[in-house]
Write a protein that binds this ligand. Structure first.
Ligand code: MG
Length: 379
């Protein structure tokens, strides 16, 4: 029997796939939450007729429309969204995009709930603060990110681990050089070879910044030092990640490239249930592994550096990347400019060690302002 679900970011890619899983599992959906009211959110409210439907923002007319459609089930405001993450005895699937997911994660953990974490920025931006909220509130974190779900499952079965190996598809520009990357468009960068995901994470996969965020996420989730976390390019995305044990054995987690599997595992853990995913055929796979081209895709090294610096540095990496990706999607910045903005932001920022959510939020805001000003300097 799974716990009732609170789905944050319900209209996004993770949210929609979570709701498919919920229907398949016949799980109760207690709350559907999104940043703004929208026809899509209203539609989900109709589909899950027992759910409270929360929109953090929105104009007066957008809100009126939602109330007209859903009546008293429609609730508004950021506080209402944070309250929903504290609904007792629930699993909160956090599919909010970007650093905005941090407060909801902390609220969930302080209330002792399970956090099914798809918002990797929660740990990248607020790592120490988030782990302390978990320890104080008695909540638990079960990762949704496919690599971390794989590692979580492997570690649960294997005991002490020497190294973690995260796999990376290499994205659409694997094997390309910097001359090629100079000219690529958002459309080219959005065509991911193996995974279907939201816009920001797809661009982050093309630059390898996503893998950088995942290395930092893995550091906080599993408590291993950065020099014990490796990344290897594996274009088929069939092996979701690996662990290395004390005797040199490798354990790998394999399966279909479908986010509904790790989402469902975060909901049913420690149990497993059938998924609505097409059967996986091992015989159609040729598994290949190659090193990351760090001189072309510089964001990964920058993430390791930010992770080792700790404190505010990972939050600065993330904020600069969010700002730079947005500028790239709006054609105000070239593809290679993304890692340049990250690098310059890390160099220019005032390092600190945030100890509260408020301090983390302040670091994030300052880093965004810094990245924006650096951006206007180069484009
Ligand atoms: Mg991932």
């Amino acid at each position: 029997m799974t716990r009732p679900l609170v789905v944050l970011g319900a209209t996004g890619s993770i949210g929609r796939q979570t709701l498919d899983v919920a229907e398949h599992l016949d799980a109760e959906v207690a709350v559907l939450a999104a940043r703004t009211p929208s026809p899509a959110l209203i539609e989900l409210g109709r589909r899950f007729s027992g759910a409270r439907v929360v929109a953090a923002g929105g104009t007066a007319s957008e809100r009126d429309e939602m109330v007209a459609a859903l009546g008293k089930r429609a609730v508004f405001g950021t506080d209402a969204l944070l309250d929903s993450a504290q609904t007792p005895g629930t699993t909160v699937v956090n599919g909010i995009v970007g650093a905005a997911g941090l407060r909801a994660s902390v609220a969930c953990l302080l209330a002792g709930n399970r956090l099914a974490l798809a918002n990797k920025e929660t740990l990248v931006v607020g790592g120490e603060v988030v782990l302390s909220a978990r320890d104080r509130g008695g909540g638990e974190i079960v990762p949704v990110d496919s690599e971390h779900s794989a590692l979580f499952q492997l570690i649960a079965d294997a005991g002490p681990v020497e190294r973690l190996v995260l796999t990376a598809s290499g994205g659409p520009f694997r094997g390309k050089d910097r001359d090629f990357l100079e000219e690529v468009t958002p459309e080219q960068a959005l065509a991911h070879p193996t995974w279907v995901m939201g816009d920001r994470i797809t661009i982050d996969s093309a630059t390898m910044a996503n893998k950088g965020l995942e290395v930092i996420e893995a550091h906080f989730l599993f408590g291993l030092a950065y020099d014990r976390i490796d990344v290897v390019v594996h274009p088929q995305s069939t092996v979701h990640s690996l662990i290395v044990l004390g005797d040199g054995s490798y354990l790998a987690h394999l399966g279909a490239t479908d986010m509904r599997i790790p989402i469902q595992y975060a909901i049913t853990h420690p149990e497993r249930a059938p998924t609505p995913v097409e059967p996986f055929s091992l015989l159609e796979r040729n598994l290949g592994f190659e090193p990351v081209d760090n001189s072309t895709f510089r964001a990964l090294d920058l993430a390791y550096e930010a992770g080792r610096q700790g404190g505010s540095a990972p939050a600065v990496f993330n904020a600069a990347d969010e700002i730079a990706v947005e500028a790239f999607l709006q054609r105000r910045l070239g593809f290679l400019g993304i890692s340049e903005i990250i690098e310059r932001s890390l160099e220019a920022h005032q390092w600190s060690r945030p100890g509260t959510v408020e301090e983390v939020v302040a670091v994030d805001a300052e880093a965004r302002a810094l990245a924006s000003s650096l951006l206007s300097g180069i484009c």
